[in-house]
Design a binder for this molecule. Structure first.
Ligand SMILES: [Zn+2]
Length: 58
């Protein structure tokens, strides 16, 4: 079983989350992040929201 890096839930299928550069800078080291389908969807939504926010700021 693999463990979700975000909620800690054990799941048989995890998605490797592609962290954008902005998020990467906040982490000390570059880690592989795996998310369960639920967290993966949540992260993707957050990413889209961040992109929208960034575009508005320009
Ligand atoms: Zn999760």
């Amino acid at each position: 079983m693999l463990k979700c890096d975000f909620c800690g839930k054990e799941t048989s299928s995890v998605t490797r989350v592609a962290l954008d550069r902005e998020y990467d800078r906040l982490t000390v080291k570059h880690e592989k992040r795996f998310a369960c389908p639920e967290c993966s969807g949540k992260k993707e939504k957050e990413r889209q929201a961040r992109l929208k926010t960034a575009q508005k700021a320009e």
